[in-house]
Design a binder for this molecule. Structure first.
Ligand code: ZN
Length: 288
């Protein structure tokens, strides 16, 4: 082989190595810039996308990251409750809501996940169980900021001590800022029930919301996130969306996403504002 050919091969080899090095540096710096996104990617839950095809095919696809935060109580004093992480402090919740307001996030309802193309920075706030704290603390502040949130009601417990009354739920619903949906009749582990019992919990709570609040509930929040194939089959006949307890940022793809297994972020008491903001900053919508 001629000396000139050798030089040519060496030159090509050097160019290849340079290209690989530049590419590797890009990938590494992307992960460094966005540690939460990198972490979300690592922890991505394995959603079964085979069993349900949600959306009609349209002329375009929507890809989005939607942080959906999950709360329960709003309390300063945790008392002797065994799971204080379920109790966000009122001031912390206000700081989080202020951040969303000041930074022009689109705080939407779960039922608006099928129209993400209209938003740029979607985020969802969800409150499980129907605690009265939500009416007393989150609702007045949401009205001040004109901010939406979602609430999941254990319908057998409406009006019992600590839970919202039917009048309070009505007032929130009529404000247009609160989307009320089902968290079953009695908060059982759905995966441990017979098909008949599951149907009773799912249809019974849906009927309650319809009859007492005029709500046509399209969202089921699985108690403790528990579900199985039987539950999902019955859910798909009665609801359009199902919410889990964890799983991180919802990575939505209009062609493939299973809207019956929507992950959420546990907004625990110890979550710092910085962590909350890092999750929010992953929010984005791409229309392809
Ligand atoms: Zn619950």
């Amino acid at each position: 082989m001629k000396k000139r050919d050798y030089l040519l091969y060496i030159l090509i080899a050097i160019i290849c190595i340079l290209v690989i090095l530049i590419f590797a540096k890009e990938v590494l710096s992307m992960k460094r810039l966005n540690p939460v996104a990198a972490k979300v990617e690592e922890n991505k839950i394995n959603i079964d996308t085979n069993n349900v095809k949600i959306e009609e095919l349209s002329d375009y696809s929507v890809r989005a990251n939607v942080p959906i935060f999950m709360y329960h109580w709003i309390k300063d004093d945790t008392g002797d409750y065994a799971y204080p992480e379920n109790m966000v402090k009122p001031d912390e919740l206000k700081k989080q809501m202020d951040y969303l307001h000041e930074n022009n996030y689109d705080v939407i309802f779960v039922s608006e996940l099928n129209s993400l193309q209209h938003y740029e920075k979607p985020v969802i706030l969800t409150f499980d169980d129907g605690w009265e704290d939500v009416y007393r603390i989150a609702f007045p502040y949401a009205k001040e900021l004109n901010m939406k949130f979602c609430m999941y009601i254990i319908t057998d417990l409406v009006g019992t001590p600590g839970y919202c009354t039917i009048e309070e739920l009505k007032e929130m619903k009529e404000s247009g800022l609160v989307e009320l949906d089902s968290h079953t009749l009695s908060h059982p582990y759905l995966n441990e029930l017979s098909a008949e019992e599951v149907e009773n919990e799912l249809v019974g709570s849906k009927n309650y919301l319809k009859e007492n609040l005029g709500v046509d509930s399209k969202v089921i929040c699985y108690p403790s996130g528990r579900q199985n194939a039987t539950v999902l089959n019955i859910v798909s006949e009665n609801y359009n969306y199902g919410l889990l307890m964890d799983g991180g940022v919802f990575r939505y793809n209009s062609d493939f996403s299973n809207l019956y297994l929507i992950p959420r972020i546990y907004a625990m008491r110890s979550m710092t504002l910085d962590t909350f903001i890092n999750y929010c900053e992953t929010s984005l919508v791409n229309v392809i």
